[in-house]
Design a protein around this ligand. Structure first.
Ligand SMILES: [Zn+2]
Length: 488
Protein backbone atom coordinates (compact mmCIF):
# COMPACT_ATOMS: atom_id res chain seq x y z
CA UNK A 1 0.00 0.00 0.00
CA UNK A 2 2.67 2.45 1.04
CA UNK A 3 4.96 1.48 -1.79
CA UNK A 4 2.33 1.71 -4.49
CA UNK A 5 1.26 5.11 -3.16
CA UNK A 6 4.80 6.30 -3.29
CA UNK A 7 5.20 4.97 -6.80
CA UNK A 8 2.06 6.76 -7.89
CA UNK A 9 3.28 9.96 -6.33
CA UNK A 10 6.66 9.67 -7.99
CA UNK A 11 5.05 8.97 -11.33
CA UNK A 12 2.72 11.94 -10.93
CA UNK A 13 5.60 14.10 -9.80
CA UNK A 14 7.51 13.09 -12.94
CA UNK A 15 4.55 13.74 -15.21
CA UNK A 16 3.87 17.13 -13.69
CA UNK A 17 7.51 18.01 -14.02
CA UNK A 18 7.54 16.99 -17.68
CA UNK A 19 4.28 18.75 -18.42
CA UNK A 20 5.04 22.02 -16.72
CA UNK A 21 8.65 22.69 -16.06
CA UNK A 22 10.38 21.19 -19.06
CA UNK A 23 8.32 22.88 -21.76
CA UNK A 24 8.90 26.29 -20.19
CA UNK A 25 12.59 25.67 -19.76
CA UNK A 26 12.92 24.18 -23.21
CA UNK A 27 11.11 27.01 -24.92
CA UNK A 28 12.82 29.58 -22.77
CA UNK A 29 9.59 31.52 -22.47
CA UNK A 30 8.30 32.92 -19.21
CA UNK A 31 4.50 32.78 -18.97
CA UNK A 32 4.26 36.53 -19.16
CA UNK A 33 6.68 39.28 -20.11
CA UNK A 34 8.24 41.60 -17.56
CA UNK A 35 6.35 44.88 -17.09
CA UNK A 36 7.40 47.98 -19.02
CA UNK A 37 8.78 49.45 -15.79
CA UNK A 38 11.65 46.96 -15.83
CA UNK A 39 12.47 47.29 -19.52
CA UNK A 40 16.01 48.45 -18.89
CA UNK A 41 19.34 47.18 -20.11
CA UNK A 42 19.70 45.27 -16.89
CA UNK A 43 16.42 43.44 -17.28
CA UNK A 44 17.64 42.18 -20.65
CA UNK A 45 20.76 40.86 -18.88
CA UNK A 46 18.75 39.14 -16.21
CA UNK A 47 16.00 37.73 -18.47
CA UNK A 48 17.90 34.51 -19.16
CA UNK A 49 18.86 34.21 -15.48
CA UNK A 50 15.21 34.69 -14.44
CA UNK A 51 14.11 31.92 -16.78
CA UNK A 52 16.60 29.56 -15.19
CA UNK A 53 15.56 30.66 -11.72
CA UNK A 54 11.90 30.06 -12.56
CA UNK A 55 12.74 26.43 -13.26
CA UNK A 56 14.58 26.25 -9.91
CA UNK A 57 11.59 27.80 -8.16
CA UNK A 58 9.21 25.31 -9.78
CA UNK A 59 11.37 22.36 -8.86
CA UNK A 60 11.85 23.62 -5.30
CA UNK A 61 8.05 23.91 -4.94
CA UNK A 62 7.75 20.33 -6.19
CA UNK A 63 10.05 19.13 -3.40
CA UNK A 64 7.58 18.89 -0.54
CA UNK A 65 9.22 20.47 2.51
CA UNK A 66 6.09 20.81 4.64
CA UNK A 67 7.15 21.42 8.22
CA UNK A 68 6.67 19.22 10.17
CA UNK A 69 8.56 17.13 9.27
CA UNK A 70 10.42 19.57 6.99
CA UNK A 71 12.53 17.12 4.99
CA UNK A 72 14.64 20.08 3.90
CA UNK A 73 17.56 17.83 3.05
CA UNK A 74 15.92 16.98 -0.29
CA UNK A 75 15.75 20.66 -1.22
CA UNK A 76 19.29 21.24 0.05
CA UNK A 77 20.61 18.40 -2.13
CA UNK A 78 18.80 19.85 -5.13
CA UNK A 79 20.56 23.19 -4.53
CA UNK A 80 23.91 21.40 -4.17
CA UNK A 81 23.45 20.13 -7.73
CA UNK A 82 22.85 23.64 -9.07
CA UNK A 83 25.83 25.16 -7.24
CA UNK A 84 28.27 22.39 -8.10
CA UNK A 85 27.52 22.90 -11.80
CA UNK A 86 28.70 26.48 -11.31
CA UNK A 87 31.95 25.38 -9.71
CA UNK A 88 30.80 26.37 -6.22
CA UNK A 89 31.29 23.90 -3.36
CA UNK A 90 28.45 24.17 -0.85
CA UNK A 91 28.32 22.44 2.50
CA UNK A 92 25.34 20.69 4.04
CA UNK A 93 24.85 21.35 7.74
CA UNK A 94 22.79 18.55 9.25
CA UNK A 95 20.50 19.83 11.97
CA UNK A 96 18.44 16.66 12.48
CA UNK A 97 17.91 13.44 10.51
CA UNK A 98 16.55 14.41 7.07
CA UNK A 99 16.97 18.08 7.87
CA UNK A 100 20.00 19.88 6.50
CA UNK A 101 20.72 23.54 5.93
CA UNK A 102 23.07 24.57 3.14
CA UNK A 103 25.83 27.16 3.15
CA UNK A 104 28.09 28.36 0.33
CA UNK A 105 30.52 31.25 0.06
CA UNK A 106 31.95 33.49 -2.63
CA UNK A 107 35.23 34.82 -1.28
CA UNK A 108 36.51 38.34 -1.64
CA UNK A 109 39.96 37.53 -0.30
CA UNK A 110 41.94 34.68 1.20
CA UNK A 111 41.11 35.73 4.74
CA UNK A 112 37.47 36.36 5.52
CA UNK A 113 36.29 39.42 7.40
CA UNK A 114 32.95 38.33 8.88
CA UNK A 115 32.03 41.86 9.92
CA UNK A 116 31.93 42.91 6.24
CA UNK A 117 30.33 39.75 4.84
CA UNK A 118 26.85 39.78 3.30
CA UNK A 119 24.53 36.85 3.99
CA UNK A 120 21.71 35.93 1.60
CA UNK A 121 19.31 33.88 3.68
CA UNK A 122 16.05 32.08 2.91
CA UNK A 123 14.28 29.14 4.47
CA UNK A 124 13.49 25.91 2.65
CA UNK A 125 10.59 24.63 4.76
CA UNK A 126 6.95 25.56 4.11
CA UNK A 127 3.71 25.39 6.08
CA UNK A 128 1.22 22.64 5.26
CA UNK A 129 -1.41 22.92 2.54
CA UNK A 130 -5.01 21.70 2.63
CA UNK A 131 -5.06 20.13 -0.82
CA UNK A 132 -8.85 19.97 -1.03
CA UNK A 133 -9.09 23.76 -0.72
CA UNK A 134 -6.64 24.48 -3.55
CA UNK A 135 -7.68 24.80 -7.20
CA UNK A 136 -4.34 23.26 -8.27
CA UNK A 137 -1.87 20.79 -6.76
CA UNK A 138 -0.05 22.80 -4.05
CA UNK A 139 3.16 20.94 -4.91
CA UNK A 140 2.66 20.98 -8.69
CA UNK A 141 4.24 24.38 -9.43
CA UNK A 142 1.44 24.98 -11.92
CA UNK A 143 1.85 27.98 -14.25
CA UNK A 144 -1.46 29.68 -14.91
CA UNK A 145 -2.51 33.16 -16.02
CA UNK A 146 0.97 34.57 -15.57
CA UNK A 147 1.36 33.15 -12.06
CA UNK A 148 3.32 30.30 -10.58
CA UNK A 149 1.14 28.50 -8.03
CA UNK A 150 2.35 26.42 -5.14
CA UNK A 151 3.11 26.23 -1.45
CA UNK A 152 6.22 28.33 -1.01
CA UNK A 153 5.65 30.44 -4.17
CA UNK A 154 5.56 33.45 -1.82
CA UNK A 155 7.03 32.08 1.38
CA UNK A 156 9.89 31.49 0.94
CA UNK A 157 10.99 29.48 -2.09
CA UNK A 158 10.77 32.53 -4.37
CA UNK A 159 13.31 34.28 -2.13
CA UNK A 160 15.38 31.10 -2.02
CA UNK A 161 15.46 30.91 -5.83
CA UNK A 162 16.16 34.65 -6.16
CA UNK A 163 19.04 34.44 -3.68
CA UNK A 164 20.36 31.46 -5.60
CA UNK A 165 20.10 33.35 -8.90
CA UNK A 166 21.93 36.34 -7.43
CA UNK A 167 24.65 34.14 -5.99
CA UNK A 168 25.13 32.21 -9.25
CA UNK A 169 25.14 35.43 -11.30
CA UNK A 170 27.90 36.89 -9.12
CA UNK A 171 29.97 33.76 -9.57
CA UNK A 172 29.43 33.69 -13.34
CA UNK A 173 30.36 37.34 -13.70
CA UNK A 174 33.75 36.76 -12.07
CA UNK A 175 33.17 40.08 -10.35
CA UNK A 176 35.80 41.26 -7.87
CA UNK A 177 33.98 41.28 -4.55
CA UNK A 178 34.77 43.75 -1.81
CA UNK A 179 33.22 41.46 0.83
CA UNK A 180 32.35 37.77 1.07
CA UNK A 181 28.86 36.87 -0.10
CA UNK A 182 27.36 33.88 1.69
CA UNK A 183 24.33 31.88 0.59
CA UNK A 184 22.40 30.23 3.43
CA UNK A 185 19.30 28.05 3.05
CA UNK A 186 17.78 27.36 6.47
CA UNK A 187 15.53 24.72 8.02
CA UNK A 188 12.58 24.88 10.42
CA UNK A 189 11.81 28.60 10.10
CA UNK A 190 8.07 27.98 10.06
CA UNK A 191 8.21 26.19 13.41
CA UNK A 192 10.27 28.85 15.14
CA UNK A 193 13.80 27.82 14.15
CA UNK A 194 14.65 25.45 17.03
CA UNK A 195 15.82 22.90 14.43
CA UNK A 196 16.94 25.75 12.20
CA UNK A 197 18.58 29.10 12.69
CA UNK A 198 18.97 28.73 16.47
CA UNK A 199 20.79 25.41 16.19
CA UNK A 200 22.75 26.58 13.14
CA UNK A 201 24.02 29.64 14.98
CA UNK A 202 24.89 27.56 18.06
CA UNK A 203 26.80 24.93 16.08
CA UNK A 204 27.98 26.53 12.86
CA UNK A 205 28.13 30.29 13.33
CA UNK A 206 31.70 30.45 11.98
CA UNK A 207 30.46 29.14 8.64
CA UNK A 208 28.07 32.03 8.00
CA UNK A 209 28.98 34.83 10.41
CA UNK A 210 28.26 38.11 8.67
CA UNK A 211 27.80 41.79 9.38
CA UNK A 212 24.86 42.17 6.99
CA UNK A 213 22.00 40.01 5.79
CA UNK A 214 19.10 40.03 3.37
CA UNK A 215 16.16 37.86 4.35
CA UNK A 216 12.40 37.65 3.84
CA UNK A 217 10.12 39.88 5.90
CA UNK A 218 9.66 43.01 3.79
CA UNK A 219 7.16 43.82 1.05
CA UNK A 220 6.98 45.57 -2.31
CA UNK A 221 3.41 46.83 -2.17
CA UNK A 222 1.64 46.99 -5.54
CA UNK A 223 -1.79 48.36 -6.32
CA UNK A 224 -3.53 48.63 -9.71
CA UNK A 225 -0.41 47.44 -11.50
CA UNK A 226 1.86 50.01 -9.87
CA UNK A 227 4.36 49.71 -7.06
CA UNK A 228 3.34 52.02 -4.19
CA UNK A 229 6.29 51.65 -1.87
CA UNK A 230 8.95 49.23 -0.69
CA UNK A 231 8.87 48.15 2.95
CA UNK A 232 12.23 46.96 4.28
CA UNK A 233 11.89 44.99 7.48
CA UNK A 234 14.34 46.32 10.07
CA UNK A 235 12.63 45.04 13.18
CA UNK A 236 10.02 42.51 14.21
CA UNK A 237 7.62 41.79 17.02
CA UNK A 238 8.36 39.01 19.45
CA UNK A 239 6.09 35.96 19.56
CA UNK A 240 5.37 34.39 22.94
CA UNK A 241 2.73 31.80 23.86
CA UNK A 242 1.15 32.04 27.27
CA UNK A 243 -1.20 29.52 28.90
CA UNK A 244 -4.13 30.83 30.93
CA UNK A 245 -4.93 28.20 33.52
CA UNK A 246 -8.13 28.24 35.58
CA UNK A 247 -8.55 25.82 38.47
CA UNK A 248 -11.56 24.90 40.57
CA UNK A 249 -13.08 21.94 42.36
CA UNK A 250 -14.11 19.12 40.06
CA UNK A 251 -17.45 17.50 40.65
CA UNK A 252 -20.78 16.28 39.35
CA UNK A 253 -22.28 18.54 36.69
CA UNK A 254 -25.73 18.11 38.25
CA UNK A 255 -24.64 20.28 41.19
CA UNK A 256 -22.78 23.27 39.67
CA UNK A 257 -20.93 25.74 41.86
CA UNK A 258 -19.67 29.27 41.28
CA UNK A 259 -16.02 28.24 41.22
CA UNK A 260 -16.32 26.14 38.01
CA UNK A 261 -12.91 26.40 36.24
CA UNK A 262 -14.56 26.62 32.79
CA UNK A 263 -16.61 29.64 33.82
CA UNK A 264 -13.58 31.38 35.31
CA UNK A 265 -11.50 30.68 32.24
CA UNK A 266 -14.21 31.98 29.91
CA UNK A 267 -14.54 35.19 31.91
CA UNK A 268 -10.78 35.71 31.89
CA UNK A 269 -10.49 35.11 28.12
CA UNK A 270 -13.37 37.52 27.45
CA UNK A 271 -11.61 40.27 29.40
CA UNK A 272 -8.23 39.56 27.78
CA UNK A 273 -9.81 39.52 24.32
CA UNK A 274 -10.90 43.12 24.61
CA UNK A 275 -7.89 44.44 26.51
CA UNK A 276 -6.49 47.58 24.89
CA UNK A 277 -2.72 47.21 25.32
CA UNK A 278 -1.05 50.62 25.66
CA UNK A 279 0.05 52.28 22.43
CA UNK A 280 3.59 53.37 21.87
CA UNK A 281 5.73 54.00 18.84
CA UNK A 282 9.11 52.50 18.03
CA UNK A 283 11.56 54.48 15.90
CA UNK A 284 10.95 52.15 12.95
CA UNK A 285 7.16 52.48 13.10
CA UNK A 286 7.40 56.24 13.43
CA UNK A 287 9.49 56.40 10.23
CA UNK A 288 7.15 53.93 8.52
CA UNK A 289 4.01 55.96 9.28
CA UNK A 290 5.69 59.17 8.14
CA UNK A 291 6.65 57.56 4.84
CA UNK A 292 3.28 55.89 4.44
CA UNK A 293 1.51 59.23 4.85
CA UNK A 294 3.41 60.52 1.83
CA UNK A 295 1.96 57.79 -0.45
CA UNK A 296 -1.53 57.60 1.08
CA UNK A 297 -4.63 59.54 0.07
CA UNK A 298 -5.21 62.80 1.93
CA UNK A 299 -7.72 61.44 4.42
CA UNK A 300 -5.55 58.52 5.60
CA UNK A 301 -2.41 60.68 5.45
CA UNK A 302 -4.02 63.16 7.83
CA UNK A 303 -4.72 60.44 10.42
CA UNK A 304 -1.32 58.79 9.95
CA UNK A 305 0.30 62.13 10.75
CA UNK A 306 -1.89 62.62 13.83
CA UNK A 307 -1.30 59.33 15.67
CA UNK A 308 0.88 61.01 18.28
CA UNK A 309 -0.91 64.33 18.54
CA UNK A 310 -2.12 65.23 22.01
CA UNK A 311 -5.69 66.12 21.09
CA UNK A 312 -6.65 63.65 18.35
CA UNK A 313 -3.98 60.94 18.66
CA UNK A 314 -6.34 58.42 20.18
CA UNK A 315 -8.96 58.92 17.50
CA UNK A 316 -6.29 58.74 14.79
CA UNK A 317 -5.00 55.46 16.21
CA UNK A 318 -8.52 54.03 16.07
CA UNK A 319 -9.09 55.21 12.48
CA UNK A 320 -5.89 53.75 11.12
CA UNK A 321 -6.28 50.48 13.06
CA UNK A 322 -9.71 50.08 11.48
CA UNK A 323 -8.39 51.03 8.04
CA UNK A 324 -5.63 48.43 8.28
CA UNK A 325 -5.43 46.06 11.27
CA UNK A 326 -1.75 45.47 10.52
CA UNK A 327 -1.01 49.15 11.18
CA UNK A 328 -2.89 48.78 14.44
CA UNK A 329 -0.73 45.80 15.39
CA UNK A 330 2.39 47.93 14.88
CA UNK A 331 1.39 50.31 17.66
CA UNK A 332 0.96 47.98 20.61
CA UNK A 333 1.43 44.48 21.96
CA UNK A 334 -1.26 42.16 20.64
CA UNK A 335 -2.90 39.21 22.37
CA UNK A 336 -4.76 36.58 20.36
CA UNK A 337 -6.47 33.75 22.26
CA UNK A 338 -5.95 30.79 19.91
CA UNK A 339 -6.71 27.54 21.76
CA UNK A 340 -9.11 26.32 24.46
CA UNK A 341 -9.17 23.06 26.32
CA UNK A 342 -10.86 21.61 29.38
CA UNK A 343 -13.13 18.83 30.49
CA UNK A 344 -13.24 15.08 29.97
CA UNK A 345 -16.95 14.27 29.97
CA UNK A 346 -20.15 16.18 29.41
CA UNK A 347 -21.41 15.50 32.96
CA UNK A 348 -18.17 16.20 34.87
CA UNK A 349 -17.06 19.65 36.01
CA UNK A 350 -13.31 19.64 35.32
CA UNK A 351 -10.76 20.76 37.90
CA UNK A 352 -8.84 22.70 35.28
CA UNK A 353 -9.44 24.55 32.01
CA UNK A 354 -6.82 26.18 29.77
CA UNK A 355 -6.53 28.71 27.00
CA UNK A 356 -3.50 29.59 24.89
CA UNK A 357 -2.69 33.18 24.06
CA UNK A 358 -0.38 34.04 21.20
CA UNK A 359 1.20 37.31 22.24
CA UNK A 360 3.21 39.58 19.95
CA UNK A 361 5.27 42.05 21.92
CA UNK A 362 6.64 45.26 20.53
CA UNK A 363 10.41 45.17 20.57
CA UNK A 364 11.41 46.67 23.91
CA UNK A 365 8.30 45.53 25.78
CA UNK A 366 8.56 42.69 28.28
CA UNK A 367 6.18 39.83 28.93
CA UNK A 368 6.35 40.38 32.70
CA UNK A 369 4.91 43.88 32.43
CA UNK A 370 2.12 42.73 30.13
CA UNK A 371 1.24 39.74 32.34
CA UNK A 372 1.22 42.05 35.33
CA UNK A 373 -1.43 44.16 33.59
CA UNK A 374 -3.44 41.07 32.57
CA UNK A 375 -3.33 39.64 36.10
CA UNK A 376 -4.77 42.91 37.38
CA UNK A 377 -7.38 42.97 34.62
CA UNK A 378 -8.54 39.39 35.23
CA UNK A 379 -8.26 39.80 38.99
CA UNK A 380 -9.21 36.22 39.78
CA UNK A 381 -7.23 34.07 42.24
CA UNK A 382 -8.47 30.95 40.42
CA UNK A 383 -6.68 32.03 37.22
CA UNK A 384 -2.95 32.15 36.57
CA UNK A 385 -0.65 32.68 33.57
CA UNK A 386 2.25 30.51 32.48
CA UNK A 387 4.76 31.49 29.80
CA UNK A 388 5.28 28.55 27.43
CA UNK A 389 8.65 27.25 26.21
CA UNK A 390 10.36 28.50 23.04
CA UNK A 391 9.40 32.12 23.54
CA UNK A 392 10.88 34.51 21.00
CA UNK A 393 13.66 36.83 22.08
CA UNK A 394 13.56 40.56 21.61
CA UNK A 395 16.26 41.72 19.21
CA UNK A 396 17.52 45.24 18.59
CA UNK A 397 16.32 46.71 15.30
CA UNK A 398 18.71 46.86 12.37
CA UNK A 399 20.25 50.27 11.82
CA UNK A 400 18.50 52.68 9.48
CA UNK A 401 21.85 54.47 9.04
CA UNK A 402 24.03 51.56 7.88
CA UNK A 403 25.78 51.64 4.47
CA UNK A 404 23.77 48.66 3.41
CA UNK A 405 20.42 50.20 4.32
CA UNK A 406 21.53 53.21 2.26
CA UNK A 407 22.22 51.00 -0.76
CA UNK A 408 18.89 49.17 -0.41
CA UNK A 409 17.11 52.49 -0.07
CA UNK A 410 18.73 54.01 -3.15
CA UNK A 411 18.60 51.01 -5.49
CA UNK A 412 15.12 49.75 -4.56
CA UNK A 413 13.63 53.20 -4.98
CA UNK A 414 15.35 53.73 -8.32
CA UNK A 415 14.48 50.26 -9.67
CA UNK A 416 10.82 50.59 -8.74
CA UNK A 417 10.40 53.93 -10.47
CA UNK A 418 11.27 56.36 -7.65
CA UNK A 419 8.85 55.04 -5.02
CA UNK A 420 9.65 55.57 -1.33
CA UNK A 421 11.47 52.91 0.64
CA UNK A 422 10.16 52.66 4.20
CA UNK A 423 11.63 50.88 7.20
CA UNK A 424 9.19 48.27 8.44
CA UNK A 425 8.48 46.48 11.69
CA UNK A 426 6.75 43.21 10.87
CA UNK A 427 4.09 41.73 13.16
CA UNK A 428 5.49 38.29 12.31
CA UNK A 429 8.80 36.74 13.25
CA UNK A 430 11.57 35.65 10.88
CA UNK A 431 15.07 34.18 11.22
CA UNK A 432 16.34 37.78 11.25
CA UNK A 433 15.74 38.27 14.99
CA UNK A 434 18.29 35.55 15.76
CA UNK A 435 20.73 37.18 13.33
CA UNK A 436 20.17 40.61 14.89
CA UNK A 437 20.94 39.11 18.30
CA UNK A 438 24.33 38.23 16.79
CA UNK A 439 25.03 41.79 15.63
CA UNK A 440 23.96 41.22 12.04
CA UNK A 441 22.36 44.21 10.31
CA UNK A 442 19.60 42.06 8.79
CA UNK A 443 17.02 43.54 6.43
CA UNK A 444 13.82 41.96 5.23
CA UNK A 445 13.81 42.70 1.55
CA UNK A 446 11.31 40.52 -0.18
CA UNK A 447 11.75 42.03 -3.64
CA UNK A 448 8.67 40.82 -5.52
CA UNK A 449 5.88 43.34 -6.18
CA UNK A 450 2.55 41.86 -5.09
CA UNK A 451 -0.92 43.13 -4.30
CA UNK A 452 -2.43 42.86 -0.85
CA UNK A 453 -4.88 40.27 -2.14
CA UNK A 454 -2.07 38.00 -3.34
CA UNK A 455 -0.03 38.58 -0.20
CA UNK A 456 -2.96 37.32 1.89
CA UNK A 457 -2.56 33.91 0.23
CA UNK A 458 0.72 33.44 2.11
CA UNK A 459 0.19 30.42 4.38
CA UNK A 460 -3.30 30.22 2.77
CA UNK A 461 -4.90 28.49 -0.22
CA UNK A 462 -3.76 28.92 -3.83
CA UNK A 463 -0.54 30.69 -2.84
CA UNK A 464 0.88 32.22 -6.01
CA UNK A 465 3.38 34.73 -7.34
CA UNK A 466 3.19 36.63 -10.64
CA UNK A 467 6.06 35.43 -12.82
CA UNK A 468 6.71 39.03 -13.88
CA UNK A 469 7.15 39.95 -10.20
CA UNK A 470 9.55 37.08 -9.70
CA UNK A 471 11.65 38.30 -12.65
CA UNK A 472 11.60 41.87 -11.42
CA UNK A 473 12.57 40.78 -7.91
CA UNK A 474 15.63 38.93 -9.19
CA UNK A 475 16.71 41.97 -11.18
CA UNK A 476 16.39 44.26 -8.14
CA UNK A 477 18.04 41.85 -5.72
CA UNK A 478 21.00 41.31 -8.03
CA UNK A 479 21.32 45.05 -8.48
CA UNK A 480 21.33 45.69 -4.71
CA UNK A 481 23.82 42.93 -3.92
CA UNK A 482 26.13 43.99 -6.79
CA UNK A 483 26.04 47.60 -5.68
CA UNK A 484 27.01 46.62 -2.14
CA UNK A 485 29.46 43.77 -2.72
CA UNK A 486 31.14 44.27 -6.09
CA UNK A 487 34.17 46.48 -6.59
CA UNK A 488 33.53 49.18 -9.14
ZN1 LIG B 1 8.82 32.63 5.57
Amino acid sequence: MLISNRKTRMLLHGLIFLAIVLPLAAQGIPPNPPPAQSASARSADTAALSREALVWLAQLIQINTTNPPGNEQAAAKYIVGILEKEGITPELLEVAPGRSALVARLRSSAISDPSRALLLVAHMDVVGAERARWSVDPFGAVMKDGYIYGRGALDDKSMLAANLATFVALKRSNARLNRDVIFLATTDEEAGGEAGIKTLIARNWDKFAAGYAINEGGEVVAKNGKVQYVAVQASEKVSINVAVIAKGPSGHASIPTKDNAVVHLAAAVAKIGSYPAPVHFTAVVRRYFEGLAAVSDDEIAKWLRSVESADRGEHAQRVISETNPEWGAMMHDTIAPTMLSGGVRANVIPGEARATLNIRLLPGDTIDVLLGALTKLVSDPQVRFEVQPNAGLAAPNSSLESDFYGVINKVASQDFGGVPVLPYQSPWATDSSQLRLHNVQAYGLWPFPVTDADLKRMHGDDERLPVASFNKGIEVLLHIVSEFAVNK
